[in-house]
Ligand binder design. Sequence first.
Ligand SMILES: [Zn+2]
Length: 274
Amino acid sequence: MSVWRCPVCGGIFTEDSRSLVCAKRHTFDRARSGYVNLLPVNHKRTKDPGDNALMVQARRRFLSKGYYKPLSDALCRIVCGYMPENGILLDAGCGEGYYTKNVCSALETARKTAEVYGVDIAKCAVDAAAKSCRSADFSVASIFHLPLGNGICDVMMSLFAPYCGDEFRRVIKTGGKMILVIPGEEHLMGLKRAVYDNPYKNQVQDYKLDGFNFLGAEPVKDEIFLDNAEDIQSLFSMTPYYYKTGREEHRRLEALRELKTEISFIILQYEKEV
Ligand SMILES: [Zn+2]
């Protein structure tokens, strides 16, 4: 039986080699790469929601060079620490699966048996994730309407994605863990200094969240050096500033041939309240 739930009626699926079918005969085919598209047409605000293919490609290229490895390593250690034997892990907003894949490898190295799932609204990102990580099961869906039953996740991780409190709380077990990664205050200050006249630090919100006990916040800080324009462009296209930046700032960025910048993240850890 599949862990996924029918996005139309909430029913459970039976699965054959190619498709998932619920009792009401709502049918969802698996793509060639193995993911299943569970996004009902009426939940799409645009034809291709989420990150586009170019953004996914840029991010995959950038991450594959290991610039964010310190974050990935810390995340893997924390997830492995929280995962119970035979537990269920969800990556909500998994993108092209860089962290999903690394966590799968870390669990394997730690000899922990787990089921790992990834959800993202961008079809091209999920397709890339399914191709690069065969140990997890991926679906295209909104993290605001997760195609999962209540209280099934032992651990849920969500990196740089919107926080969907009610929906996250619904799918996490009582006592289950939630790991959120947010940018730290100094994240990419070097990049901002190179582009903006008046760069500002990130605002870090209060850590307290309704329905969860706060367990801790682990900072991850490093400095990275990018020695080519393509990586700099890739990094910038991954940021929320990309679309809010004027032509002059884009020109400054395009002129950069190398860049040294801080990276700074906070790994927030929570437990779902009883
Ligand atoms: Zn159904």
